[in-house]
Write a protein of this length. Structure first.
Length: 195
């Protein structure tokens, strides 16, 4: 079973995170940031990942450290759970409608980190959540997961829908990319022989 448990403790956050790639989509998210809890619950469900997150963070300052550090821990969990990446499909993409919003995501589990982020967000806040933290989350995730992720808004004007669509779309793209290809289950999907 491809699984990882990550503990990350700093002066700003204390995080315990467990990820199972070959899961059923169940989640137990307690980040201390309500909107992030919602997004990670959707992420687990649409990716069919089992995900548990518990974080105590300095949200009395703001949500930045909590959101970024959970991105770091989740990326680290993906990288760890994938091991040598033997047999994975490697690539995945999804175009996902969320009401008036249309989001494209594409992923390459290459061992190289890159975030292509073209997701203009009309509002600075969704409830009390600072929307600029969406990019911080995905930047932290990609840097620590060792993958390239592109997130692009094709259309939409409701900030909540755009962000939610991005999390759902990214989860579905990652689900495709981490899947085991039965025709190549004993191979590393690269001519270099390593990812």
């Amino acid at each position: 079973m491809r699984r990882a448990e990550i503990s990350r403790k700093t002066a700003e956050t204390d995080i315990s995170l467990a990820l199972t790639l070959d899961g059923t989509g169940k989640s137990d998210i307690q980040s201390g940031v309500g909107f992030l809890d919602h997004m990670l619950t959707l992420f687990a469900r649409h990716g069919r990942f089992d995900l548990a997150v518990k974080c105590t963070g300095d949200t009395y300052v703001d949500d930045h450290h909590t959101v970024e550090d959970i991105g770091i821990a989740l990326g680290d969990a993906f990288r760890t759970a994938l091991g040598d990446k033997r047999g994975i499909v490697r690539y995945g993409d999804t175009t996902l409608p969320m009401d008036e919003s249309l989001i494209l995501t594409a992923v390459d589990i290459s061992g190289r980190s890159y975030l292509g982020f073209d997701l203009p967000l009309p509002s600075q806040k969704v409830g009390s959540f600072d929307t600029e933290l969406v990019k911080e989350f995905w930047q932290a995730f990609t840097m620590n997961a060792g993958l390239a992720l592109h997130i692009r808004l094709l259309s939409g004007d409701n900030t909540h829908h755009i962000i939610e669509g991005a999390f759902k779309s990214a989860a579905r793209s990652l689900r495709k990319a981490v899947a085991i290809d039965p025709d190549f289950k004993d191979e590393i999907p690269s001519t270099k022989g390593v990812l």
